[in-house]
Design a protein around this ligand. Structure first.
Ligand SMILES: Cc1cc2nc3c(=O)[nH]c(=O)nc-3n(C[C@H](O)[C@H](O)[C@H](O)COP(=O)(O)OP(=O)(O)OC[C@H]3O[C@@H](n4cnc5c(N)ncnc54)[C@H](O)[C@@H]3O)c2cc1C
Length: 181
């Protein structure tokens, strides 16, 4: 009979350090204000700049583009620590890092990376991702937004909804279907 190897789920020393640093930050910068933000429907923009200074707004972005250059374990540890205090700030951080910033890092060309990543990673710019439309969510292939070529650029036409940072964001990655005619 084969002996199966035990998986070690313990946090690494690095993760423990990040988690503690973020817990301290959240206790100081989020917990005392979060009910006021909630009740007055305030988007705490300055908080995201402070999170940028800690590296939380460009967690997966390599240092050459101004990011923290962390991996997914550190990213998830940080998200968990923020979300334990305020789930809304955690969702904002996730949408900014994963949905906007990481798509530019993964699929953008070098010019787009140089243009957008330093601002996003520092928290000076807030990122959004526009996939969902009034008639399509999970079924993304059914979207109606189209991108039509017009000389050296594309004209994007369509309607998006439920977009995190749709109002408060500065940069958006929006999905559309290429129209070839
Ligand atoms: C807090 C929040 C933040 C959001 N932020 C963003 C954002 O930043 N950008 C963005 O683009 N969108 C965002 N959304 C929208 C979100 O991505 C969509 O709501 C999601 O994709 C689901 O789409 P839908 O609401 O149209 O539901 P539907 O796709 O209609 O799904 C409804 C139900 O049907 C089920 N279902 C769907 N398809 C199938 C299938 N083929 N088989 C079986 N079951 C199925 C689903 O599991 C679900 O239970 C956000 C939503 C929330 C709640």
């Amino acid at each position: 009979m084969n002996e199966s190897a035990a998986i070690d789920f313990a946090h690494t020393e690095h993760q423990v350090m990040i988690r503690q640093m973020i817990r301290d930050f959240a206790a100081r910068e989020i917990r005392p204000y979060m009910m006021e933000w909630d009740e007055t429907q305030t988007f705490p923009r300055d908080l995201f700049r402070k999170m940028g200074e800690l590296g939380l707004m460009g967690m997966l972005v390599p240092q050459e583009y101004g990011g923290a250059g962390f991996g997914y374990l550190e990213y998830v540890t940080a998200l968990e620590a923020i979300s334990q205090v305020d789930g809304s700030i955690g969702l904002s951080m996730a949408a900014h890092n994963s949905l906007c910033t990481n798509h530019i890092l993964t699929f953008g060309n070098e010019k787009q990376r140089q243009k957008y990543l330093p601002g996003l990673a520092s928290g000076q710019l807030i990122g959004a991702w526009g996939l969902t439309e009034p008639n399509t969510g999970s079924d993304a292939a059914n979207m109606n937004t189209v991108a039509v070529r017009d000389g050296d650029h594309y004209v994007l036409n369509g309607t998006k909804n439920f977009i995190t940072h749709g109002i408060t964001g500065d940069v958006a990655v929006a999905t559309g279907r290429f129209c070839l005619f």
